[in-house]
Design a protein around this ligand. Structure first.
Ligand code: NAP
Length: 758
């Protein structure tokens, strides 16, 4: 009889059913949170014991997913700390949310599994004691839902993993161990997205638009749609991914690089910018029809890029159709033209992983040979941190990756012939490292983790910082006079009051610029403040705390609040609090102590809009594009700061020059970011003066510089500003591949230009 060991070398399988007391595992510990190569280390630890509803699985191979890059970094969540808080003692994390393996030990309540069963494991866990789960509701909505091997410990990056029995599904015997470990997380996610939303469950002949068709989720989605008899249209970024997607079953592909209307929507008041966007998105919609050979729009749009694609997804989705989204790879601020959403009765549906039935639904497709795992690359046990490092650096190949854990070599575990009719899909013809792929950071500049930052509230009151008195006009004041008043008083917004002096609206620089955009100077002459003002005045009371006021401003993307007295029941404007006021006083003194007072922002009656017909024919509005160039209007020269300069210096520079943002430059003079007043104020929010003073401009800058060149049309520059909700653009010049800042174009410059010409 072979001698039973306390610990087995990796790759040597213990006798079936014998659980050695010790095991090898890849562990993250809090003291080495960081990049994968640093965070993950092999240690020998006690083999866990399964609970009554759990099984212990000897892991043969594990899948690679992005969540264990985050777990290793310790952001945005310290998964170890979170579990410790919940009462789990282990000060380590064993990741791994995909696996194939063999059952070695079975909890006493488990009836459908036995020692020796070969399983593929899905990553959805929940408490069987949760009344919600017991009542038969979808456990994906249970507050006890956790992703195994990310939110829970004891994932598949170890010789043994502890899982709930319901996570185990039969392993496809025509696949290798590593292929069996590569597909479940993405496959089951895609399956729920396509089948989980009853009214929009996939039907034969449905047109489905699939973003990232050659990626992990997209490749699974194409196959699910094909298996259902639907028509998958895949979007990719290179023509040479077309063949791969078509082999998977897509009816055709679109190269997204042929379009340039991506990103947040232009402001709906920006007729020129919006018109331009409509042209782009309609062209994309036509490309879908061209691929299909008929004028049909997608009933389902399979979304995960998020910020840059959502406006397009919602526009091209069919009337009564659904956009289903499970991630925001390019950013989280999705903009939606609600007119299309409500008039065409579309749905924007969030979706996250899958329940048992959905995981089984996808596994059945794999078992039947109708879905291929699309494994692009497998790694050895030793390469586990490296595989995650590739992902961290966005250098990983497209498709799904797996790692050998117990399996001693690649290519093992295939026990039966492939099901009839299966065409094995070779990974993308050329697997190349991805370039310029941007995964939006989940966490802003990591100057200090929020959890560690002391909650310093600025409890001073608005009335201590605001300036009293407001520059106002009446609803009937002509817009050019409003613009003149703004210039005379150096303000960026004017309060519109009624005959009794109560605030009824605000006209900002942006309102004026957008009113002018697309209109001739003659047309502008007949327009008055009341026609362009925004009636949704964001106000606060003088007794509000400065912290509350800051949140109100940043939340509404504005730079000043109208301070109102509402004792009479109507908003009487008494003053204005601007970002400049907060910087002027905020950076100097420490917050005064004393209880924070509650704020009663008095917003006026919300705007009531008539629903507009979708797809307004802007051509009929007589849109006139301005032929002025940025170079004609910008002011040359920029106030710049090195990235290493302190935030205090940056703030001082702004106040000295009377400007609202400074450009951050690298040693060679190239522009690398912008620090705005808002950045400075937010750096101070929640920190003591000393903590804020320790920060540098580089720590708090916004790295995505909204810039343009001097030869761009002014109307394009306006769209760029309003779309990005900024009030100035950095004008840059390309000098040998480096963007050198040469000037600034601000809303004030634009207004001056508009009203100086006839
Ligand atoms: P992936 O293999 O990296 O694929 C992402 C795809 O997105 C790429 O193929 C790329 O294709 C496309 N893409 C990149 N930038 C784009 C842009 N600006 N516009 C349009 N498409 C763009 O990743 P994945 O495995 O499919 O996962 C995608 C996301 O879903 C990740 O963030 C992942 O964490 C998340 N996810 C969530 C769940 C959940 O349960 N909630 C489950 C699985 C995955 P082209 O460049 O060819 O267009």
């Amino acid at each position: 009889m072979t001698e039973l060991k306390e610990l087995y070398p990796v790759g040597e399988q213990p006798p079936l059913g014998y659980v050695p007391p010790k095991m090898h595992a890849w562990l993250v510990r809090p003291e080495r949170f960081g990049e994968p190569l640093k965070a993950w280390q092999v240690e020998v630890i006690d083999t866990p014991t399964p609970a009554d509803d759990e099984v212990l699985v000897y892991v043969m191979a594990a899948g690679v997913n992005y969540n264990n890059v985050w777990a290793g970094l310790g952001i945005p969540v310290d998964v170890i700390g979170a579990r410790n808080k919940a009462g789990e003692p282990e000060r380590f994390h064993i990741g791994g949310s995909d696996a194939s393996g063999i059952v070695y030990q079975v909890g006493k309540d488990v009836t459908h599994l036995k020692v020796g069963d070969e399983v593929a494991i899905h990553c959805g866990t929940w408490s069987r004691d949760d009344p919600w789960v017991q009542s038969g509701e979808d456990p994906m909505y249970s507050s006890t839902f956790r992703i195994w091997g990310y939110e829970t410990n004891w994932g598949s990056f170890a010789q043994f993993t502890k899982v709930q029995a319901h996570q185990c599904l039969p392993r496809p015997q025509h696949l290798t161990w590593e292929q069996s470990a590569a597909y479940m997380l993405v496959g089951a996610t895609a399956y729920r997205m396509l089948y989980g939303w009853e009214e929009h469950a996939l039907r034969p002949d449905d047109v489905v638009l699939i973003w990232g068709g050659a990626g992990g989720l997209g490749s699974m989605a194409i196959q699910i749609v094909k298996a259902a008899g639907g028509k998958a249209v895949a979007v990719v970024s290179e023509d040479d991914k077309f063949e791969y997607c078509q082999n998977l079953g897509a009816v055709g592909c679109i190269n997204r690089k042929n379009f340039d209307h991506w990103g947040m929507l232009p402001h709906w008041k920006d007729t020129v910018g919006y018109n331009q966007w409509l042209k782009g998105v309609r062209g994309f919609g036509k490309a879908i029809w061209d691929v299909l050979g008929e004028r049909r729009s997608p009933r389902i749009v399979f979304e995960h890029p998020g910020e840059t694609t959502i406006p397009t997804s919602i526009f091209v989705c069919d009337t009564g159709g659904a956009v289903v989204i499970c991630a925001g790879t390019t950013g989280y601020n999705a903009t939606v033209d609600l007119r299309y959403l409500w008039m065409r009765q579309k749905r924007l549906q969030g979706s996250h992983f899958a329940n048992d039935q959905q995981a089984k639904g996808f596994n059945d497709l794999v078992l039947a040979g109708k879905a291929d795992p699309c494994m692009s690359r497998a790694f050895t046990w030793e390469e586990l941190p490296y595989s995650h490092q590739l992902m961290y650096e966005n250098k990983h190949p497209f498709g799904n990756m797996a790692i050998l854990i117990g399996a001693p070599d690649f290519g093992l575990g295939k026990k039966i012939a492939e099901p009839a009719g299966l065409t094995t899909i070779e990974p993308t013809a050329e697997i190349r490292e991805r370039e310029g792929f941007y995964r939006a950071p989940l966490h802003p500049v990591d100057v200090q983790k929020p959890a560690e930052a002391p909650a310093v509230e600025d409890s001073r009151l608005v009335r201590e910082l605001m300036h009293f008195g407001v520059i106002s006009c009446s609803a009937g004041t002509p817009v050019d006079e409003v613009a003149q008043r703004m210039a005379d008083y150096h303000v960026h917004a004017i309060v519109v009051t009624d005959v009794d002096g109560y605030a009824v609206g605000v006209v900002s620089q942006t309102d004026i610029v957008l009113a002018r955009q697309g209109r001739s100077a003659a047309e502008m002459a007949g327009i008055s403040a009341g026609a362009i003002m925004s009636t949704n005045v964001v106000t606060c009371a003088p007794e509000a705390t400065v912290s509350e006021a800051i949140t109100l401003m940043t939340r509404n993307r504005i730079h000043r609040l109208v301070v109102v007295d509402t004792r009479s029941g109507k908003p009487w404007p008494v003053g204005v609090l601007s970002m400049t006021d907060i910087i002027t006083y905020g950076m100097r003194s420490a917050p005064l102590s004393g209880p924070a007072m509650s704020m009663s922002p008095a917003a006026l009656a919300a705007d009531i809009y008539e629903p507009m017909a979708p797809e307004p024919n802007l051509a009929e509005l007589g849109v006139i594009e301005d032929s002025t160039l940025v170079a004609d209007v910008m002011h040359r020269g920029v106030v710049a700061s090195p990235a290493g300069a302190s935030v205090m210096d940056a703030a001082r520079q702004m106040l000295e020059h009377g400007i609202h943002a400074i450009v951050v430059v690298a040693d060679d003079g190239r522009a690398v970011g912008v620090v705005s007043q808002t950045d400075v104020v937010l750096a101070r929010q929640g920190r003591t003066v000393e903590q804020a003073a320790a920060l540098s401009a580089g720590d708090i800058m916004t790295p995505s510089l909204v810039s343009c060149t001097a030869d761009r049309k002014l109307s394009e520059a306006i769209t760029l500003m309003t779309r990005n909700r900024v009030h100035r653009l950095v004008v840059v010049e390309d000098q040998a591949g480096k963007l050198m800042p040469v000037g600034i174009l601000s809303m004030t410059d634009v207004i001056r230009q508009f009203f100086s010409r006839n």
